[in-house]
Design a protein around this ligand. Structure first.
Ligand code: FES
Length: 150
């Protein structure tokens, strides 16, 4: 025999799932939704190569731009930053305080939304509570590609 539930109970159950889904999206700690995180697959030498002719990365030809990319095996996206004609950097977006996802650069700084730690575009922490710099990955660029060494 089926058990009837009230509208209020049904609403609370749905709201509860929404809260879990929201927490999962923010912190990624449950691994409940979507199974393994999708993203770019590093090659056998541990590199990710982005084509600057690809629409998704084309803007990285321009100084002062950035793109977040998902890479398999990395919990949080990486932030690829074109600082100038000769310099492209790749930083982990995982805050070194408690692991929230740092926002893309705005006016030369990256800010963590959780407790407002601030970092320069080379990953150096300039305002706590984070005490360590963002993880940085060696990155090389030419006219057509950006290569990130993981
Ligand atoms: S997790 Fe980033 S400042 Fe706390």
């Amino acid at each position: 025999m089926k058990k009837r539930i009230s509208r209020r109970t049904a609403f609370l159950r749905i709201a509860g799932l929404g809260a879990v889904a929201s927490a999962e999206k923010s912190f990624g700690f449950l691994g409940l939704f979507g199974g393994k995180k999708k993203g770019l697959e590093p090659d056998t030498q541990g590199r990710v190569i982005l084509s600057l002719n690809d629409e998704k990365y084309r803007q990285l030809k321009n100084n002062g731009t950035s793109v977040k990319i998902d890479v398999k095996g990395k919990g949080k996206p990486l932030i690829v930053i074109r600082r100038d004609e000769h310099t492209v950097l790749t930083l982990s977006s995982k805050c070194t305080h408690l692991g929230c996802e740092v926002a893309s650069p705005q006016n030369g700084t990256l800010i963590c939304p959780c407790h407002k730690s601030k970092f320069t575009t080379d990953g150096t922490v300039i305002k706590g509570p984070a005490k360590r710099n963002l993880e940085k990955f060696r990155t090389e660029a030419d006219n057509d590609t950006i290569t990130i060494f993981l």
